[in-house]
Write a protein that binds this ligand. Structure first.
Ligand code: UDP
Length: 461
């Protein structure tokens, strides 16, 4: 599978932020590079290192100061976390790069998660090239950048006219990343992490975004695009679901939790094609309690079969009688291999929180979606699902309440699963699946961009 033209193997060090939604695309990027004859080392926290199970990748555990607990432990301070990781991580990366200099394959480039912008300082001080990897989409990055540099005042004003960035769809207040708007005051630490991606990003040699040409950008009638100037290298999902060029690449190979696999596949196998709703609110499972109840009521009312990835603590909060009354058509599980589920022919709809990875996965596998976004970039991603790609719906909140009522969720589910709307949505889903696969296939736009990156490393040898 060696495609690269560089003679001496280049060596890339990859530093992900240690949560599932960042590990997945960055480990996938690592596997892509390896398939193109690049040596890759992943430097990740002691807590997450053992979750990376791909034999072709070297893994170097580094301390973030919290070796025995996951980063998202309730009550922990994100500011303290960021500070400690910066201090310990910078030292550890410096040592790793230094050590590699006396080997046959010195590190050429550090690809760091944009949530860890100190990676750039390490790369510069060690004289290796630097690439910042953004795990949000291009629109979210571009709008956050404008908030970060003061072009748009913080916090966003709910009564403001739509936020315009030439070359991208305009965004209403309720389509912005919530941490610069609705959740600015309640979650200031999250806002700081997002805005902190930008102060030095333009000095990096490469900015990578997990998207592909034509996914978000629009032609400009006048002037140049104001989208962040990034290299689009996605969709970063396992090759088996796209071009199939990486052998046996069926999962990300970085799961922090053990998936319930056989039981799900067996259960899905008993269902007719395109009849099941797959419900997941992502790796954190963040869903506000009132919203959880409305979603449950919608699933009850819809009479559809559903597979729900739900936390134990949330099961206890479901409406009384819910589990009993739906048990003939429902399976509740704690964690799945999401791609394996989405690819199953029985799945007819993905009811999702619209995290960026989940959204790209649904799009790339051609599964129609109903978005019930909760916070962060999810509102923006849900806008794309309904308005831009037309592969599903964003369930609408009741006026004045940050909550989607059950009847609205039912409306969206029926729209995806039944009638003429379903036919149109499935046509668009097919089209986007085709485009996603094309971008990553040989000669596709993302494939070419990755090759260019690799060639730039080769020139150093
Ligand atoms: N995921 C999974 N199994 C689950 C739930 C989620 O494998 O049961 C994966 C999913 O495929 C995606 C990631 O976890 O790649 C979640 O990332 P996303 O950006 O969608 O949401 P986040 O968890 O960051 O909110």
């Amino acid at each position: 599978m060696a495609e690269s033209t560089n003679k001496l193997k280049s060596h890339v060090l990859i530093l992900p932020y240690p949560v599932q939604g960042h590990l997945n695309p960055m480990v996938q990027f690592a596997k892509r590079l390896v398939s193109k004859n690049v040596k890759v080392t992943i430097a990740t926290t002691t807590y997450t290192a053992s979750s990376i199970t791909t034999p072709s990748l070297s893994v170097e555990p580094i301390s973030d100061g919290f070796d025995s607990i996951p980063i998202a432990t309730p009550g922990s301070s994100i500011d303290l976390y960021s500070e400690t990781f910066k201090l310990l991580g910078s030292e550890a990366l410096t040592r790793l790069i230094e050590k590699s200099k006396s080997t046959e394959s010195p590190i050429d480039c550090l690809v760091y998660d944009s949530f860890l912008p100190w990676g750039l300082e390490v790369a510069r001080s060690m004289e290796v090239s630097a690439a910042s990897f953004f795990t949000n989409n291009l629109t979210v990055c571009s709008v956050l950048r404008k908030f970060s540099n003061g072009t748009f005042p913080l916090p966003a004003d709910p009564n403001s006219a739509p936020f315009l960035i030439r070359g991208l769809p305009s965004l209403r207040y309720d389509e912005l990343p919530s941490f610069v708007g609705r959740h600015w005051f309640s979650h200031p630490e999250h806002g700081r992490v997002l805005l902190n991606q930008f102060p030095n990003h333009e000095n990096a040699d490469w900015l990578f975004v997990n998207g592909f040409e034509g996914l978000e950008t629009q032609d400009c009638e006048i002037g140049e695009s104001e989208a962040m100037r990034a290299t689009l290298i996605g969709p970063m999902i396992p090759s088996a679901y796209l071009d199939g060029r990486i052998k046996d690449d069926k999962d990300y190979g970085a799961s922090l939790m053990k998936p319930v696999s056989d039981e799900c596949m067996e259960w899905l196998g008993t269902k007719p094609n395109q009849s099941v709703v797959f419900v997941s609110f992502g790796s954190f499972g963040v869903i506000f309690e009132k919203q959880l109840v409305e979603v449950a009521m919608a699933l009850q009312e819809s009479n559809l079969s559903f597979l729900w990835v739900i936390k134990e603590a949330h099961i206890a909060k479901l409406p009384e009688g819910f589990v009993e009354s739906t048990k003939d058509r429902a399976l509740l599980v704690s964690w799945v291999n999401q791609l394996e589920v989405l690819a199953h022919e029985s799945i007819g709809c993905f009811l999702t929180h619209c995290g960026w990875n989940s959204t790209l996965e649904g799009l790339s596998l051609g599964v129609p979606m109903v978005g019930v976004p909760q916070w962060s970039d999810q509102m923006n991603d849900a806008k794309f699902v309904e308005q831009v790609w037309k592969v599903g719906y964003r369930a609408k909140e009741e006026d004045g309440e940050a909550i989607v009522k059950s009847k609205e969720v039912v409306r969206c589910l029926k729209g995806v699963m039944e009638g003429e709307s379903s036919v149109k949505i499935r046509e668009s889903s097919k089209k986007w699946k085709y485009l996603a696969v094309k971008a990553m296939s040989e000669g596709g736009s993302s494939d070419r961009s990755i090759n260019e990156f690799i060639e730039s490393l080769g020139k150093k040898h």
